[in-house]
Write a protein that binds this ligand. Structure first.
Ligand SMILES: NC(=O)c1ccc[n+]([C@@H]2O[C@H](COP(=O)([O-])OP(=O)(O)OC[C@H]3O[C@@H](n4cnc5c(N)ncnc54)[C@H](O)[C@@H]3O)[C@@H](O)[C@H]2O)c1
Length: 177
């Protein structure tokens, strides 16, 4: 399967690398050009036990790519994971500007039915807001799915590869399949 991951921080890099390890072709996208340059030169940007080995193997075997170009990164992707920051504001609520910003950009770039998966930590109702933003820019069919991430730094690879449970929120049978 062709997968894109938008946001290549802690969650995005673990997600993208582990999905490539399970045989998918993954492109990770980030606006941080220095980070993407480093990753493309084979240098991992976080320390996480076990991740380096998977990162190196899958990059060498041509299943793991990095880019700053959203259009190029999501081309042909059947699933797009959003692993964007949601920093808490002064009142503790999650700042959704990164997620809603990318959602707006994604609309005009979709070519075919795509499942957009929110992996960031967000309040209930965010999927509807993401859906609205994307829908404003496209007539292509898509679904927005929630898949909150529970990985713990230090054991993130194990948490991802052998999760105790995976939570998926969707009302779409097509996306669920
Ligand atoms: N780190 C954890 O242990 C952990 C665990 C569970 C859930 N989460 C949640 O997952 C989400 C991501 O967390 P993280 O720790 O990976 O954050 P992070 O800050 O490590 O990474 C976010 C990445 O997104 C990139 N980014 C920002 N705007 C972008 C844009 N417009 N396009 C592309 N990339 C962009 C940043 O450059 C950065 O590399 C947050 O909601 C967080 O609460 C984190």
């Amino acid at each position: 399967m062709k997968i894109a991951v938008v946001g290549t921080g802690y969650v995005g890099l673990v997600t993208g690398t582990c999905f490539s390890e399970t045989g998918n072709t993954v492109t990770c996208i980030d606006i941080d050009a220095e980070k993407v340059k480093k990753l493309n030169s084979g240098k991992i940007t976080i320390y996480e036990p076990g991740l380096g080995l998977l990162f190196e193997r899958n990059q060498k075997q041509g299943r793991l790519f990095f880019t700053t170009d959203l259009r190029q990164g999501i081309a042909d992707a059947q699933i797009i994971f959003l692993a964007l920051p949601t920093p808490p504001g002064e009142d503790g609520s999650a700042d959704l500007k990164y997620i809603l910003g990318v959602a707006k950009d994604l609309g005009p770039l979709l070519n075919d039915y795509t499942v957009i998966v929110d992996k960031s930590t967000v309040p209930v109702g965010t999927a509807d807001r993401v859906k609205e933003k994307i829908a404003a820019g496209t007539s292509v069919e898509f679904d927005v799915v929630s898949n909150p991430e529970f990985l713990r730094e230090g054991v993130a690879v194990d948490d991802f590869m052998k999760p105790e449970r995976v939570v998926i929120g969707t009302t779409s049978a097509r996306a669920k399949k």
